[in-house]
Design a binder for this molecule. Structure first.
Ligand code: SF4
Ligand code: SF4
Length: 280
């Protein structure tokens, strides 16, 4: 289990611990302020993206030292972890509200409002998160359009996320003042700032509790999975005519599994794979 499960899981995967979605945690004014600032300060997020590019090109020592400080700080405030669809379904099973909202990353990187984020809550009708989002909408300057936020049923939300997976996007949970989990997003390499942090080696998004594996006897060598892996973890082995997964690079998102029509890819618990058990 990852460090977040050890600290916040109470014996299970930390994002399956309902206490981490508690409405009481939103009574903390600093947490509410963090959410409001994050959702409205798009200039600040764009600046953070630029600093990230600069830091990514800095000398190794500088990047390592500054990167470690940034990652440590963000683990306390706002970080994400990749979660496969079956665990997202479990989350949707115990939260009482799911509200689809515009993705702040896409607003900054694409200049477009696209509803790929899902605010989750234990309160009715969107709970306190919806209250906060409505408040931002009232006073709002320059952030994504929040006027058409939609309350979804569990089945509607699962269907939407399966659709995002077919687009090649991986699911992730996000904290606002850890351990509070406020949202599930659907991330792509080009438009997601968090995925850029991974590419630059200053991660604010961490690997799933799982890892993918290919059953060589079942793989037909069609290579459909190679092009959808956003982490460059799959290659084709001509000698066996099948796909191979680099266990150290796999983030366990399960997107490759969703395009493998032959059912050759499965997810297994990361802790059971020695080469990847301590990689997050
Ligand atoms: S999509 Fe499935 S069958 Fe095709 S190469 Fe990948 S693992 Fe093999
Ligand atoms: S190999 Fe599959 S599960 Fe692993 S990161 Fe790539 S797409 Fe995700």
């Amino acid at each position: 289990m990852c460090e977040f499960c050890v600290q916040h899981g109470e014996g299970e995967k930390w994002y399956l611990n309902a206490a981490n979605y508690s409405e009481d945690l939103l009574s903390d004014i600093r947490r509410r302020r963090l959410i409001e600032e994050f959702m409205s300060d798009t200039d600040g997020l764009a600046r953070a993206g630029k600093y990230l590019e600069i830091l990514g090109k800095a000398p190794r020592l500088v990047k390592d030292i500054v990167g470690r400080i940034v990652t440590r700080k963000m683990k306390k405030n706002h970080f994400g972890q990749v979660v496969p669809i079956e665990d997202i379904e479990k989350i949707f099973g115990f939260v009482t509200s799911i509200v689809r909202v515009s993705c702040i990353c896409r607003h900054v990187t694409l200049g477009k409002d696209k509803r790929y984020c899902y605010a989750v809550s234990l309160g009715p009708g969107g709970g306190k998160m919806a209250e906060i989002l409505r408040g931002i909408d009232d006073s709002f300057i320059g952030g994504p359009d929040a006027s058409d936020n939609e309350l979804l049923t569990k089945d509607e939300a699962v269907a939407a996320l399966r659709g995002h997976e077919q687009e090649g996007l991986c699911h992730s949970v996000w904290t606002f003042k850890t351990p509070f989990i406020a949202a599930i997003c659907n991330c792509g390499r080009t438009e997601c700032l968090a995925m850029r942090t991974v590419a630059h080696g200053i991660p604010l998004m961490f690997r799933a509790e799982y890892i993918a594996r290919v059953s060589p006897g079942t793989c037909t060598g069609c290579r459909a999975c190679l092009s959808v892996c956003q982490f460059g973890a799959i290659a084709y082995d001509p000698s066996t005519r099948s796909a191979v997964i680099d266990q150290r690079s796999c983030y366990g998102c399960g997107v490759c599994r969703s395009v493998c029509t032959g059912g050759a890819i499965s997810l297994t618990e990361r802790r059971t794979v020695p080469a990847a058990a301590n990689l997050w």
